[in-house]
Design a protein around this ligand. Structure first.
Ligand code: HEM
Length: 346
């Protein structure tokens, strides 16, 4: 059986469902009213976040944002998100009726922290703190992991030799097993190298999270005045020929060679920082990385992926959508053919 699918949409649904289950203890059915409500708010929130604000670039005429309606749109969407998170918190607090899946999710753990022992936090944890955390986790965890899965499949489809090498590795390691789990991933070094190389060429958050200097400082010889917003270009660093041979080429093998095999991605080596670093480094890096590795491994092990008829691999571009995360501009369309061993197990 084969199916032509908008891969971009499926990847976004997958990661948003994973984050919803981990953070809110529920996954939203596609047809469900709550799902449509969430998708609608998210859509508008993302548009509001990446919109142009005079106050960001020309603070003196920032008042114009009130006249253009951008501030009120932002405020409206925040109010709706607040209500959405409040409803979720209320559901969690209703201990008699709430589903088992909410036990131990992020909201549950934060409510326990809030009610239980105040000694575990040095400040009073309010519902606003919990809502801000949910907002952070949802926005930071969904697009980033989806972008990485989409870019990984894009480069694999464009590089059939590399695709075949990953398929051989997965096939030889998994054999009759139908689902790849976390333990299996450790036996797939080439797949791990493919994901690393994808994150090097297409870091989902290319400019990380901006920093702001509170006082004058000197970093590595550069003088930075106080009150300056600083962007770290992780994308450019990961393509800098000083650190990387053939920097613009997709060569997963580099991460199997002695020189790069131990390259860390969690902010210890500054030539490769797809998860940022320091105090504001990505707290979801372990979950993000394994999500991408498991998704790619299982997608490749379960389906034979092809381009829609009439399309060549050269037709797939790598243009990027403007925004906080580096998403592929044109949706990736692929045909999925189920492998016989999967058909049997379903
Ligand atoms: C492949 C997947 C992911 C990538 C590439 C990624 C990348 C990043 C990057 C670059 C930052 C900014 C770090 C900095 O400026 O130093 C960040 C921040 C963040 N990430 Fe991730 N992330 C991923 C997945 C996740 C997941 C799954 C979660 C949570 C479930 C998550 C939660 C967060 C949060 C909450 C922040 C903000 C931290 C703060 O502001 O202090 N991320 N991420």
């Amino acid at each position: 059986m084969s199916l032509c699918t908008c891969f971009t949409l499926q990847a976004m649904r997958l990661t948003s469902n994973i984050v919803c289950r981990v953070a809110f203890g529920k996954s939203f059915d596609e047809e469900d009213y709550e799902r449509r409500r969430l998708s609608d708010i998210l859509h508008r929130a993302q548009a509001a976040f990446v919109g142009f604000y005079f106050s960001d670039f020309f603070p003196k005429i920032g008042w114009l944002d009130h006249f253009t309606g951008t501030f009120s749109r932002l405020e409206d969407v925040f109010k709706e998100l607040d209500t959405f998170y409040q409803d979720l918190i209320d559901e969690h607090m209703d201990l008699t009726n709430r589903p088992k899946s909410m036990d131990g999710d992020i909201i549950d753990l934060m409510l326990q922290l809030r009610h239980g022992n105040s000694s575990s936090t040095s400040f009073e944890l309010t519902l606003d703190h919990i809502k801000a955390m949910l907002m952070n986790v949802f926005f930071a965890g969904t697009d980033t992991a989806a972008a990485a899965i989409i870019w990984a499949m894009t480069v694999l489809i464009k590089n059939p030799t590399i695709m075949q090498k990953v398929l051989d590795e997965i096939g030889n390691t998994m054999q009759e097993k139908t689902i790849t789990n976390e333990d299996d991933i450790e036996k797939l070094p080439y797949l791990k190298a493919v994901v690393k190389e994808t994150l090097r060429l297409f870091p989902p958050a290319p400019l990380l999270v901006p920093r702001y200097s509170m006082e004058d400082c000197v970093i590595d010889g550069y003088r930075i005045s106080s009150n300056t917003t600083i962007y770290v270009n992780a994308w450019a660093i990961a393509r800098d020929p000083i650190y990387w041979e053939n920097p613009d080429e997709f060569l997963p093998e580099r991460f199997l060679n002695e020189k790069y095999s131990d390259t860390d991605m969690k902010g210890q080596e500054f030539n490769f920082i797809p998860f940022g670093g320091g105090r504001r480094g990505c707290p979801g890096s372990t979950m993000g990385l394994i999500t991408v590795e498991l998704a790619v491994a299982n997608l490749l092990h379960s389906f034979k992926w092809e381009l829609p008829s009439g399309m060549k691999k050269e037709d797939i571009d790598t243009e990027v959508l403007p925004g906080l995360s580096m998403l592929k501009k044109k949706d990736l369309q692929l045909v999925a053919n189920k492998y016989p061993q999967i058909q049997k197990s379903l």
